[in-house]
Design a protein around this ligand. Structure first.
Ligand SMILES: Nc1ncnc2c1ncn2[C@@H]1O[C@H](COP(=O)(O)OP(=O)(O)OP(=O)(O)O)[C@@H](O)[C@H]1O
Ligand SMILES: [Mg+2]
Length: 298
């Protein structure tokens, strides 16, 4: 039986106070890590091993600086390349703290720096080198990504969200489950109630309800997240869940095992491609290479 590929993002909104610079909520990371470790162990005991890619958002580290240096636009007319340095420094620091909190929860993810493996063209990811991530997964290790600044052939540099990196990665690794932990109980409707299921067709109706972030966020907030997830699911099927962790993150355990978890379940309209579990290791272009109908995604 092939392993189940799972991607989990602990959103910056969940692990930081996005309004307060460098405010990491370590105990939330540790609780989530404990449940992720438990999920991986349980799945292995049940004979259906999980291969886990973990991601964390930039929260009040990257986003505040990205806004200050208008880093999505790249080299700044006044600050030049300073934004690249500042955001890399900030995300590297955040990532080290994140890993330490994971360790306390018994999880030992290995960071694969997005800056080193991804690049962009005019603000969109154009390529990602996934060999290191795939090698870690094959060896039963947890690969860790995070929102980052990446080099851009037109702009000098730009911002890559965890969701955009996931979209690029999912051209190589088909994820059976995607779990996005945020600071709301999923995608909320205009009355503040959680929308249990969401498909592409619902977006028209929800256009104005699903918005950006209330906090500093340069990658589209909830609207950006939902759009990237729908694009990923349309290519390869599978399902994604946007949720908030409960105190001990037990609902995260359920979500990773495919046993519910609450929040909003996002499903593709239809499965258009028979994506393979793991594509051959080579570099591909992201949005600039249209996938073929009925074929592999890369
Ligand atoms: N319909 C909606 N339902 C839920 N959240 C919404 C909705 N519309 C807008 N939002 C905003 O989106 C935010 C979540 O997106 P945001 O990008 O800030 O989180 P994140 O992805 O966890 O953070 P990061 O980008 O740092 O990883 C919520 O805190 C809320 O302010
Ligand atoms: Mg976000």
């Amino acid at each position: 039986m092939r392993p189940i590929n799972v991607f989990v993002k602990l959103g910056g909104s969940f692990i930081t106070d996005k309004a307060v610079t460098d405010s990491l909520k370590g105990s939330r990371i540790t609780a989530a890590a404990r449940m992720l470790s438990k999920a991986v162990a349980l799945a292995a005991r049940r004979g259906r091993p999980i291969r886990l890619v973990l991601g964390h958002g930039a929260g009040s580290y990257g986003h505040i600086l990205a806004k200050k240096y208008a880093a999505v636009q790249g080299v700044h007319p006044k600050h030049g390349w300073e934004g690249l340095f500042r955001i890399r420094e900030s995300m590297t620091r955040m990532n080290l703290e994140f890993v330490r909190h994971c360790n306390r929860g018994g999880l030992f993810p290995v960071t694969v720096s997005p800056f080193a493996i991804a690049r962009a063209k005019d603000g969109s990811l154009s390529g990602i080198e996934t060999g290191c991530i795939e090698s870690l997964l094959e060896r039963g290790q947890v690969a860790l990504l995070h929102g980052d600044v990446v080099l851009d052939s037109e702009r000098g540099f730009t911002i890559a969200s965890t969701e955009a990196l996931l979209k690029a990665l999912s051209r190589h690794v088909r994820f059976d489950r995607i779990v996005m932990v945020s600071d709301t109980d999923g995608v909320l409707d205009s009355a503040g109630a959680t929308i249990p299921r969401l498909r592409h067709a619902d977006l028209g109706r929800l256009g104005r309800v699903v918005g950006g972030s209330a906090a500093p966020d340069v990658t589209g907030g909830m609207r950006g997240k939902v759009a990237e997830l729908l694009a990923i699911l349309a290519r390869g099927g599978g399902q994604a869940r946007i949720m908030r962790c409960d105190g001990r993150a037990e609902n995260l355990l359920n979500a990773v095992l495919g046993e519910g978890g609450g929040g909003t379940l996002i499903q593709a309209e239809q499965v258009r491609f028979n994506a393979v579990p793991c594509a051959p290791r080579h570099e591909v272009s992201g949005r600039h290479r249209p996938a073929k109908r009925g074929g592999r995604t890369s």
